[in-house]
Design a protein around this ligand. Structure first.
Ligand code: NAP
Ligand code: HSE
Length: 433
């Protein structure tokens, strides 16, 4: 059996999963790849930290030079996260003809071009299956198995942490903070969970997926983003009354050659397959013009699911019999130029929750603002008085399909009414038409 030496950069949640899989599935990996994979070095920040896995201490190092200067190390696995020094270490490793596997969506989405070009120019492989949707083989699915299709739409629940939080708020009555704490304990959240809860992580992932699915370069800043921090239990309860579920949904649609790209909390019908994706599970729903509707489903975060994607990337390098002088230089994400639409141009239904003064005529004032902006209301619900203030009531409005621009301008005017205390939330409704 041939041996190959690899190095891990990072031994946190994902690094630990990679280590465990390489050990527990050693035989499967040997038979499938033709190699015995030997972890020769592991880069960490703190040599004394408890690692919760049986890693020989002598493998750990805080010195990247021990990896870069060892020519016997052929593959470097970057599971440390962040931009620097991950970017610098990957570029340096490529320069030394080491193949790369990474799970780092932030780096890929914001600086991927430089890395892809360097990989091509150095003739090394650069695999990143774990960067989107954890254990789901979505990158290979799009890159290899869907190439016969023109993708029309893609919808994804692609952040495990926020999906876990929303699930726990809905079914276990946990507060947002309690559910986030649990997601961190389970190893789902990013080192800084702001990335999860404010939607940045999904924004990076959607930029990566859309670049591949639509064969174009998507800049992160072209993906509209909102997180879930404004979602309250009451919104989840109202959603249930409307037979809907709230998900942090990543959406890309092509309309007449123009892409609409957005990540935001969304109410979706209870009977859509994406509504039944709970906990840390992720799913990506794709409509291709040949294949029709397709859904990928699985664990989107956590040590072993993510480790599964990382290790399969290692195996795929070992199975490729790569000829470093003869790499296929096709860059897969710059085949077409596409126009990117603004969020103001989208059309959607909207759920709007407001706190207003409890007196006759208030509803009329609000509905006449919407009427003036051509926004038609599908339903209006007013339930009881605010517990803290007898003069306040909660009003919930649902609109028919309307342009976002009209909603934004209506809300601007409604905010100025003396009878309106607060716009508590505005959630888009997706019906997958
Ligand atoms: P983590 O638990 O925070 O682990 C990061 C590891 O990298 C730690 O071992 C840390 O060392 C090491 N590290 C960080 N900066 C370093 C530096 N400057 N020098 C040396 N070592 C450094 O992170 P994670 O959850 O495993 O995530 C790692 C990557 O995978 C991120 O890009 C993340 O977005 C991505 N990802 C995570 C998941 C998931 O479910 N967690 C899923 C898919 C993708 P110490 O241990 O010594 O501090
Ligand atoms: N923090 C990420 C999530 C990890 O919760 O989905 C997987 O990319």
């Amino acid at each position: 059996m041939k041996k190959v030496k690899i190095a891990l950069m990072g031994l946190g949640n994902v690094g630990r999963g990679v280590w465990m899989i390489l050990n527990s599935n050693k035989e499967e990996i040997m038979k499938r790849s033709g190699y015995e994979v030997d972890v020769a070095k592991i880069l960490v920040r703190d040599l004394e930290k408890d690692r919760y896995v049986d890693v020989p201490k002598e493998l750990l190092t805080t010195d990247f030079n021990e990896i870069i200067n060892d020519d016997s190390i052929k593959i470097v696995v970057e599971v440390m996260g962040g931009i620097e020094p991950a970017r610098e270490y990957i570029l340096e490793s490529m320069k030394r003809k080491k193949h790369i596997v990474t799970a780092n969506k932030m780096l890929l989405a914001t600086g991927g071009d430089e890395l892809f070009e360097k990989a091509d120019s150095e003739g090394v492989m650069f695999n990143y299956e774990a960067s989107v949707a954890g254990g789901i083989p979505i990158i290979n699915g799009i890159n290899e198995s869907l190439t016969a299709n023109k993708v029309e739409k893609l919808y994804g629940v692609i952040n495990g942490t926020t999906n876990y939080i929303l699930t726990k708020m809905e079914f276990d009555n946990l507060s947002f903070d309690e559910a986030l704490y649990q997601a961190q304990e389970m190893g789902y959240a990013e080192a800084d969970p702001t990335s999860d809860i404010e939607g940045f992580d999904s924004q990076y992932k959607l930029a990566i997926l859309s670049s591949l699915a639509f064969g174009t370069k998507i800049k992160v800043e072209n993906v509209y983003r909102e997180g879930i921090t404004k979602i309250e239990s009451i919104d989840i309860q109202y959603a249930r009354e409307f037979k809907k579920v709230i998900k942090l949904l990543a959406i890309v649609k092509e309309n007449d050659g123009r892409l609409e790209l957005r990540v935001h909390p969304t109410m979706i019908p209870q009977n859509h397959p994406l509504a039944n994706v709970y906990d840390s599970f992720n799913a990506v729903f794709i409509k291709g013009n040949a294949v029709g509707d397709l859904m990928f489903y699985g664990r989107g975060a956590g040590d072993l699911p993510t480790g599964s994607a990382v290790v399969s990337d290692i195996v795929s390098i070992l199975r490729s019999n790569i000829d470093i002088d003869n790499l296929n230089p096709v860059v897969k994400n710059n085949l077409w130029d596409k126009e990117i639409g603004s969020i103001r141009d989208i059309t959607s239904k909207y759920y709007i929750r407001l706190t207003v003064e409890d007196r006759p005529g208030v509803l009329g004032e609000i509905t006449s603002v919407f009427g003036g902006m051509n926004v038609s209301l599908l339903s209006v619900i007013q339930k009881g008085i605010d517990n803290d203030n007898e003069n306040k009531v909660t009003l919930v409005l649902v609109t028919h399909y309307t342009k976002e621009e009209n909603i934004v301008e209506s809300i601007d005017s409604i905010c100025k009414l003396n009878s309106v205390y607060k716009i508590n939330n505005l959630i888009r409704i997706e019906e997958f038409n």
